[in-house]
Design a protein around this ligand. Structure first.
Ligand code: PMP
Length: 382
């Protein structure tokens, strides 16, 4: 199977990730920080190593600022529900994923908060910034913004949006689901208060692991409460990180696998990885121009404006039909709304959805050529 759904989760996983998950299950099936025995200490050491790798990758201030979660959805929920108080207002972009929209909508439904959506104007960062500025009001407590659209690959001017938020004394939360491990994210330099990311996409870890990086000195309210192995006599959750936000037994195989994933991209070189994926997506983009009745919703991929994600449709054909055809030809792509309906509303693709292609470090030219041949055949007979 040619797997081109890497914006959902990367596949295959690097061999060292598979080995490390296996190794963790064999060697670290003990509860870190809960016992003085050797297996517990070894497990704690393994967790610490991944925490340090994540700290360095994102330039976090300290390893305590790195929180392990089950994925980007949990990271975002932790920030949203941990920061917001009744009466607060939030600004989000029109490209946000349901992992942002649904928790906000739920809080709004309960009458607790309100939020506004700033339209992303593709190709005009000044206009996008202006839309954010206009959406801010006296009650705005936080801006949440995706680094890049998971549907169209469009990069948002998040450094400028973060600076805008801070100029109003507003917190900024970055959804790095499509950029972590691919674009440089420097928390120290950019001052993002919160960075939420999956461990299973560009960081090449297994599914079921994610990260929340905290830069703000804000003490988040807890999403879940439970045992931390620290301050156990106290019925209140610790007021220090990471313990405050990591109750219950940690996902040690996931954490170890994530550590191996970060080591993998470090060794491969993020710059080299970027060049590889952009080259393939440019090749695909140029090839797609010659497909009959193609409707491309993404500009030619380039580092300043996009991540390597291409969305398209063929004529009036439902995106699911194209994906099903490709699946029969041994090519895995994603169709539909990609959990980001407002991005589609903006693009006019809410009814049809789009076919989405996203490569990984393991995608090669031949994969793209086979995809092109299949699409040409499909469009010829449709
Ligand atoms: N935000 C964006 C932009 C995403 O693309 C995704 C995953 N599709 C998420 C959040 C949620 O990530 P996870 O699956 O790790 O919970």
């Amino acid at each position: 199977m040619i797997y081109l759904d890497n914006a959902a989760t990367t596949s295959p996983k690097p061999e060292i990730v598979i080995k490390e998950v296996n190794n963790a299950l064999r060697k670290y099936s003990a509860n870190p920080g809960r016992g003085g025995h050797t297996p517990s200490i070894q497990a704690a050491r393994a967790v610490y190593q991944t925490r340090m790798l994540a700290k360095e990758l994102f330039h976090a201030a300290a390893q305590e600022n790195v929180i392990f979660t089950s994925g980007c959805t949990q990271s975002l929920n932790t920030v949203i529900k941990g920061v917001l108080k009744p009466g607060d207002h939030v600004v989000i972009s029109s490209m946000e994923h349901n992992a942002v929209v649904r928790p906000l909508y739920r809080l709004k439904q309960k009458g607790l908060i309100d939020y506004s959506t700033a339209d992303v104007i593709i190709g005009d960062d000044d206009a996008t910034l202006n839309a954010f500025r206009k959406a801010i009001n006296a009650k705005t407590r936080m801006i949440i913004c995706t680094h890049a659209s998971n549907v169209f690959g469009t990069r948002l001017p998040v450094e400028r949006i973060c600076a805008l938020a801070h100029s109003y004394g507003i917190l900024f939360c970055l959804d790095a689901a499509q950029s972590a491990g691919f674009l440089d994210i420097d928390i120290a330099e950019n001052g993002y208060d919160f960075v939420c990311c999956p461990g299973h996409k560009g960081l090449y870890g297994p599914t079921g692991i994610g990260l929340l990086l905290i830069h703000s000195n804000q003490l988040l309210d807890t999403l879940t409460e439970g045992g931390t192995g620290s301050d156990s006599v106290n019925p209140v959750m610790p007021d220090y990180y990471p313990d405050r936000l990591e109750s219950g037994t940690l996902n040690i195989p996931g954490i170890c696998g994530l550590g191996a994933g970060i080591r993998f991209i470090d060794r491969y070189g993020i710059e080299k990885l970027r060049r590889h994926e952009y080259r393939l997506m440019k090749m695909l983009y140029q090839g797609l121009q010659s497909v009959k009745n193609i409707r491309l919703y993404t500009d030619e991929p380039d580092i300043l404006h996009s991540v390597p994600v291409i969305s398209f449709n063929i004529d009036e054909v439902e995106s699911e039909k194209v994906a099903a055809y490709l699946n029969n030809k041994g090519i895995a792509v994603r169709a539909g709304l990609h959990c980001a309906p407002s991005a589609h509303r903006m693009m006019g693709t809410l009814d049809s959805g789009t076919v989405r292609i996203a490569p990984s470090v393991f995608t090669n030219e031949k994969d793209i050529q086979i995809l092109m041949i299949a699409l040409k055949k499909f469009s010829y007979f449709s």
